[in-house]
Design a protein around this ligand. Structure first.
Ligand SMILES: *Cc1c(COP(=O)(O)O)cnc(C)c1O
Length: 414
């Protein structure tokens, strides 16, 4: 047998202008690369994890003791959050795009009985789980949640905060209040909103579990940590039922972050191997978020999304999203239906925009950690060029005027 050793892998720098991962901040990469080799029980690694836990509670505005992070990406945190859902549990899940659709599948997997798994192992039809399908492009409203919870009276309810598949913001306040009224434990996919929007967990007492990711609002791709947070009600339920997992059981996992029996302890104890590089990178991303402040970040996302939105609208595109880190759009008349082709042309050119991952096909352009005029102008320029290359007429003067209006500050009155 001949062996084949491939040449060293070189990955080019691209312009990450999709829904995520976002542009890892240079400070985060520095922290990753500057950290020494140290095992997961070394004093500074453990101290770093404890400090991350404390910063995370502040960023996420919560007194939940069980606030820590799970090694991996968004799905790792979500899997941990769904760990307390047991076979036969009654669940209502709202699905309005790709990601909440996969979350709903996860919930059917967790809540299915053995017989339901045997009948459909990859897509079990758990009778105890009701999935409310909200059409692509629409948001989940408080009224929808109220109606479904009063009809089905579940133990758990699930919703994505920001559905990145369709770029829609769902009604967190309405969801939390409906959960409170019906004594339901809410579970939230906050993968796309943490670090982008200014919100505090403790303002939403109907919600028992939260899960996010490292590589979107926190700008921390080098495979690090997915933040999670759990209320006492969640932990009590988990204590009573257990979960069919060791590694993603929140009570076990929290021990390495110095959380034991609902109390902070001085030092973490072994749960799994942690990477000193990853801890240092995650720590720096949390410091960066606190230094920026969520108030200022959220405002910067609003300003830059508004500029991008108006620029692509001026090109004739129709924007259907309302998230501030992303615009989701349909191409104008002549190019309608050629969204996938345009995205592929851009991606082949190192301009990393995305299509939607489920029907209908739309274009998604993201601005994670691209919060300056130069970056937005570059994204707009490249997108306009891609439309021109497909035969569209794009009025550059009109677009330049739009961007100048957004970015050139008015001269202060004397
Ligand atoms: C990105 C995303 C996920 C998946 O996260 P991974 O980091 O790819 O594991 C889940 N939910 C939402 C809302 C997302 O935006």
């Amino acid at each position: 047998m001949t062996m084949q050793i491939f040449p060293p892998l070189k990955i080019p720098e691209t312009l990450a202008a999709g829904p995520g991962p976002g542009n890892t901040d240079a400070r985060v990469l520095q922290a990753f690369a500057n950290s020494g080799v140290a095992d997961h029980m070394q004093g500074d690694v453990l101290r770093g994890m404890i400090e991350c836990k404390h910063m995370l509670r502040q960023i996420w505005g919560t007194q939940n003791t069980y606030t820590f992070a799970v090694a991996g990406t968004g799905w790792s945190g979500l899997d941990t959050m769904f760990a307390a859902v047991m076979p036969g549990d009654r669940v209502v899940a709202f699905s309005n795009g790709t990601f909440s659709g996969i979350d709903a599948l996860t919930l059917r997997i967790k809540a299915a009985t053995p017989a339901e798994h045997a009948a459909g192992p990859l897509d079990p039809q758990a009778k105890s789980v009701t999935v409310i399908d909200v059409p692509h492009g629409q948001s989940v409203t408080g009224e929808m949640v109220e109606a479904a919870l009063s009809e089905h009276k579940p133990k758990w309810a699930f919703m994505a905060h920001w559905e990145t598949g369709s770029g829609r913001i769902n009604d967190l306040r309405g969801f939390s209040e409906a959960c409170e009224r019906h004594g339901v434990m809410g579970l939230i996919d906050a993968v796309s909103s943490l670090g982008v929007q200014d919100f505090a967990i403790d303002d939403y007492p109907g919600i028992a579990g939260w899960a996010s990711c490292p590589q979107k609002g926190l700008c921390c791709l080098p495979l690090t940590y997915a933040p999670v947070s759990f209320s006492d009600a969640y932990i009590n339920s988990l204590t009573a039922t257990g979960a069919y997992t060791y590694v993603h059981n929140p009570i076990f996992e929290a021990r390495h972050w110095g959380i034991v029996d609902n109390q902070d302890v001085e030092k973490g104890t072994y749960h799994r191997t942690h990477s000193g590089y990853a801890v240092a990178a995650f720590h720096e991303s949390l410091r960066l978020t606190m230094q920026d402040t969520l108030v200022k970040r959220a405002e910067a996302y609003r300003i830059h999304e508004a500029a991008l939105r108006e620029a692509v609208t001026t090109m004739g595109c129709e924007v259907t999203s309302n998230m501030t880190s992303l615009v989701v759009l349909n191409l104008p008349g002549d190019l309608a239906g050629r969204e996938m082709e345009l995205v592929q042309n851009c991606r082949a050119d190192g301009f990393g925009i995305w299509p939607t991952l489920s029907a209908p096909v739309q274009v998604r352009i993201g601005i994670l950690n691209q919060l300056n005029a130069t970056a937005i102008r570059e994204i707009v320029r490249r997108f306009g060029d891609a439309m021109r290359a497909m035969g569209a007429e794009v009025d550059q003067t009109a677009i330049d005027n739009v961007l100048d209006n957004h970015f050139i500050p008015p001269i202060a009155a004397q």
